[in-house]
Design a protein around this ligand. Structure first.
Ligand code: OSB
Ligand code: MG
Length: 381
């Protein structure tokens, strides 16, 4: 595996315990994409402890079903228990950046591996007495926020939701699209909100046979069109990009820095959405960031309906210098009546989140709340 591009401060560690917990949290409103609707999240939290008694928390960002990618919560539990934990527990690690290497023989399952990897970065940051964002090389104290708005039952409901988010100060709006909920919907949004920064995410719902429907989106001045084509298809995206004015942003397709390099070389996208889980954790996210920065390809931080721990990790990631576009990093209250961190993630009237100077995550954990939501737990030693 290539070395990390930047020399980051390292703290050797030996993990003595990996704690898995599955919690359940109802969303304040259902979230619908081209691949399905979610009303309640199941979330796998990972707590790591090292031989000095230091603790770190991570969140596995997969869904409840294998429809966004191949992972889901119950499978992630088994992958961590049966394959990752035995390779990591008790091993002398030079740093958190070293953790991914130990589970590298496992194909895929990056969200499962990434949840543990992120927990180790948090542990390392805490041991160094530094905020996680600084520890990974972050360069800004404030991150720009956008919102992702799911498919609604009617255009009028969608317009009302967008109005509320614009009013709240969010810097850009992403709407989910699918065949039959696309150009006409975007036209209605543009009519009501001519000046907002607007984009659309198809979550792989189209193919090149839909070229004409996708070209109809070109007249609306979208910032980007996210992942229109298949989750694993770069060449068709390159062909589409050549026939589309709107920049394509890849999400599902980019799982490694190698994929980012290939996508850029092929001209398959102009922008990349980096999700911590999808790429297997901070080390790979940093590599993708560096590849894109070198190629002058803007990146932004995607979201997976995370609870507080995952949200805090996304905020840290968003402070890297190449994250120049507003991410899907938004306030806890958009998703949860009560988050598992305290305070919850809050967004200013300018649509920004101020990062904390506290060591590690930068947010306190509401352990009582986590306890009350836990439906399954296991400590691996
Ligand atoms: O494609 O970005 C996506 C949520 C679940 C699965 C995939 C995606 C999303 C989002 C939500 O768009 C972003 C968020 O967490 O706010
Ligand atoms: Mg997406």
């Amino acid at each position: 595996m290539p070395a990390l591009p930047e020399a980051l401060a390292a703290m050797p560690m030996r993990l003595t315990r990996i704690g898995l917990r599955k919690i359940r949290m109802p969303l304040v409103r259902p979230f619908e994409t081209s691949f399905g609707r979610t009303t309640e999240r199941q979330i796998l939290l990972v707590q790591v402890e090292d031989s000095d008694g230091a603790i770190g928390w991570g969140e596995v960002t997969c869904g409840e079903r294998p429809f966004y990618n191949e992972e889901w919560v119950d499978a992630a539990w088994l992958v961590l228990r049966d394959f990752v934990a035995p390779r990591v527990l008790g091993k002398e690690l030079e740093s958190a950046a070293d953790v991914g290497r130990l589970s590298h023989a496992i194909r895929g399952h990056r969200m499962a591996r990434g949840g543990l990897e992120a927990a180790c970065w948090e542990l390392e940051a805490r041991k160094l007495g530094r905020p996680l964002w600084q520890h990974i090389g972050g360069a800004r104290r404030e991150v720009a926020c956008g919102v992702s708005i799911g498919i609604q039952n009617s255009v009028s409901e969608l317009l009302e939701l967008i109005g509320a988010e614009v009013e709240a100060g969010y810097q850009r709006v992403k709407i989910k699209i699918k065949p039959g909920w696309d150009a006409d919907v975007v036209r209605a949004v543009r009519r009501q909100f001519p000046d907002i920064r607007l984009m659309a995410d198809a979550n792989s719902a189209y193919s090149l046979d839909d070229l004409e429907s996708l070209q109809r989106l070109d007249e609306f001045g979208l910032m980007m069109l996210e992942q229109p084509l298949a989750h694993d298809e770069l060449i068709d995206h390159a062909e589409l990009q050549a026939q589309l004015k709107t920049p394509i942003c890849l999400d599902e397709c980019i799982r490694t820095a190698h994929h980012a390099r290939q996508a850029i070389r092929l001209g398959a996208c102009g922008i990349i959405n980096v999700k911590l889980g999808r790429v297997g954790g901070f080390a790979e996210a940093l590599r993708i960031h560096d590849v894109c920065r070198q190629a002058a390809v803007p990146v932004w931080c995607g979201g997976m309906l995370e609870a507080g721990i995952g949200r805090a990790h996304n905020i840290a990631l968003s402070t890297l210098p190449g994250f120049v576009l507003p991410g899907d990093v938004s306030a806890s209250k958009r998703y949860w009546s009560q988050d598992v961190i305290d305070p919850p993630v809050q967004v200013s009237r300018q649509g920004t989140i101020a990062v904390s100077d506290a060591p590690g995550l930068g947010y306190g954990l509401d352990e009582e709340r986590i306890e009350s939501l836990t439906e399954r737990r296991q400590d691996l030693r």
